[in-house]
Ligand binder design. Structure first.
Ligand SMILES: [Zn+2]
Ligand SMILES: [Zn+2]
Length: 580
């Protein structure tokens, strides 16, 4: 089979191909379900969908049949032909065919004429463009069925949506489907349940209940970051979670962020649960007089924030209503910005590297039309961000005009082991907050000056970062993050004494282990450890108990042979410390 020239296949082409596949899907559905009414069928990220009103819900078996008919249509090589109709004629045409949704769409189009596309016996209202022939859609797959309200409104009828994807070659489709399956296996919500890491409960929607194993990883992420903070000259603080609404009005959050904030009232005073940590740090900075000699001043907090998200958009650990940020604010002089940003980029790189995120993309967002602060200070700050990135030879994109009104920023997007992008860290310069709170330092000239503030987070949200890590590692955490590092498994009850002694020694050495002395077959115990993704299984049978050794297996069926207890402990300790 001739392969399409792949390098010429830019994204617009793929969208056109997928949208054409949506027509073919609708055509196939009409062949099998002549009474189906057509909704809309756009190309989307990674594929396409089409909405239908049908008498009964589609089933998985229907998808198989529909896909077969789609392949017949593709093989027929129908040409996509464009035609125009007057609007009123088009309404009549589609009304005769019972396509009430199409009539509604036409009535909403301002032009006097509309375009229709025909391939084989199928005609659809459409703006185009499409591939020339149905046979150009080389590889198609239907993926799932979902309910979807017409035009996304709950007031409207619920339609049946079929999702699919299409590619210009079978090879690309197969690779995509493999990635989808792998992503499904790695879904952090599924692994979170299976590995007993966390759960969600209706009693607190969108908020995480961390179980002991999940909380261990969460705390380890904090400890790792604390180590970095100490090295980076940060002062770790803690500000209260509930603060007066006066503060939020002054900071501007009340005005811009009110919909996402939780409020409470006591003694006739209004308070808000903090959605951000910045104002707390500003109060701490302002509580003392500062000299230029103290700057830059770096204040860090693992700050728990609450932000209201609609029930429909919360998603596992990735989007929650309550989360902890690894937040910090640098208070500095404008001329210190560049060196501050440099040290921040270095720290960010260093942290990501520890998790194997060696690839990331970076964007600098510049001054929006409505902004605060002079051109001069904006130019200076934006130049500082760019030149800091350049000094590390980090390529970056410019997002022109996409900075916040209060300053330019750098965003980091990391790529996980399935090469999926995740927005994580940000470094954000702020001229506004020091102004609003009249922050000052005494300069070398003895006068009062206004500092600049830099907001930054590296993990972003601990909850979200953990969700990303679960999927990145597929639940098989490296030794330093694994809640259980070693499973000690006995072959029979005779080895119980030695097994307990070994566990005692591992515990003393600071290692995390579980003991399996149940009267189960050893094969079963090992399989269970594999499902739990425990890095090491130390098997103890008669031979091991007698020679006081362990038959050690590494994750992924790696047989490491017999090791003496001391040697094994040393190995696990070294591997933990190296954080490989
Ligand atoms: Zn179309
Ligand atoms: Zn901040």
């Amino acid at each position: 089979m001739a392969d399409t020239k792949k390098e010429d296949f830019v994204h617009g082409d793929l969208d056109r191909l997928r949208h054409s596949a949506a027509h073919i899907l609708a055509q196939a559905v009409k062949r099998l379900f002549p009474n189906a009414k057509l909704g809309m069928g756009p190309a989307i990220k990674d594929g396409f969908y089409y909405d239908f009103e049908v008498e009964r819900n589609f089933t998985e078996e229907d998808l198989v049949k529909i896909e077969q008919v789609m392949n017949e249509i593709i093989a027929s090589g129908y040409a996509f032909e464009r035609d125009e109709m007057d609007k009123s004629a088009a309404v009549d045409f589609f009304r005769q065919r019972g396509e009430s949704y199409k009539c509604e769409i036409i009535q909403g189009i301002p032009d006097s004429k509309v375009s229709i596309y025909k391939d084989g016996e199928f005609i659809d209202l459409c703006r185009g463009p499409h591939v020339q022939k149905s046979s150009e859609v080389k590889a198609v797959k239907l993926l799932s069925i979902a309910g979807a309200y017409w035009r996304g409104s709950e007031q409207n009828k619920m339609l049946q949506r079929i999702y699919g994807t299409a590619f210009a070659s079978r090879k690309e489709l197969d690779e995509h489907v493999r990635n989808l399956e792998e992503a499904k296996k790695r879904d952090h919500r599924k692994l979170g349940r299976e590995l007993d890491l966390f759960s969600f409960h209706e009693e607190s929607p969108g908020s995480v209940f961390f179980h002991a194993k999940g909380y261990f990883i969460y705390n380890t992420l904090i400890e790792f970051m604390r180590e970095k903070l100490r090295g980076g000259g940060y002062r770790e603080v803690q500000a209260p979670m509930v603060l007066s609404d006066e503060l939020w009005k002054r900071s501007g959050h009340y005005e811009h962020f009110k919909e996402a904030m939780y409020f409470t009232k006591q003694e006739e005073r209004e308070f808000a649960v903090k959605p951000m940590n910045c104002p707390g740090h500003v109060l701490i900075y302002g509580s003392q007089q500062h000299s230029y000699r103290e700057l830059p001043l770096r204040i860090a907090e693992f700050g728990r924030v609450h932000r209201y998200e609609k029930s429909g958009v919360t998603h596992g650990l990735l989007r929650v209503r309550s989360f902890t940020q690894d937040d910090a604010h640098h208070f500095c002089m404008v001329e210190q910005l560049e060196s501050e940003i440099k040290s921040l980029i270095e720290l960010t790189k260093d942290v990501y590297q520890a998790f194997g995120f060696n690839e990331y993309s970076v964007a600098v967002s510049t001054r929006p039309p409505k902004a605060m602060g002079s051109d001069e200070i904006w130019n200076q700050a934006t130049a500082a961000l760019k030149s800091a990135l350049e000094s590390f030879s980090i390529p970056y994109e410019i997002h022109e005009g996409e900075g916040a009104f209060y300053g330019p920023k750098i965003d980091f997007v990391i790529f996980d082991s399935l090469r999926r992008p995740w927005q994580c860290g940000t470094i954000q310069v702020d001229f506004s907050m020091p102004e609003r709170f009249e922050l000052e330092y005494i300069g070398s000239d003895g006068n009062r000056h206004r500092p600049v503030m830099v907001h930054r987070a590296i993990y972003g949200s601990l909850e979200r970062f953990l969700g990303i890590l679960i999927e990145h590692y597929g639940g098989a955490f490296p030794l330093w993050l694994a809640p259980v590092q070693v499973l000690i498994a006995t072959i029979s009850e005779k080895q119980e004494g030695f097994a307990k002694e070994v566990q005692g020694r591992l515990l003393k050495a600071g290692l995390r282990s579980e003991l399996d002395i149940r009267p189960e077959k050893i094969g079963y115990k090992i399989r269970e450890a594999e499902t739990q993704k425990i890095p090491y299984v130390a098997v103890i049978g008669d031979r091991e108990a007698e020679s006081r050794t362990l038959a050690v297996r590494g994750r992924g069926r790696k047989d490491l042979g017999a090791l003496d207890v001391e040697g094994f402990i040393k190995r696990v300790q070294d591997e933990t410390q190296s954080r490989r």
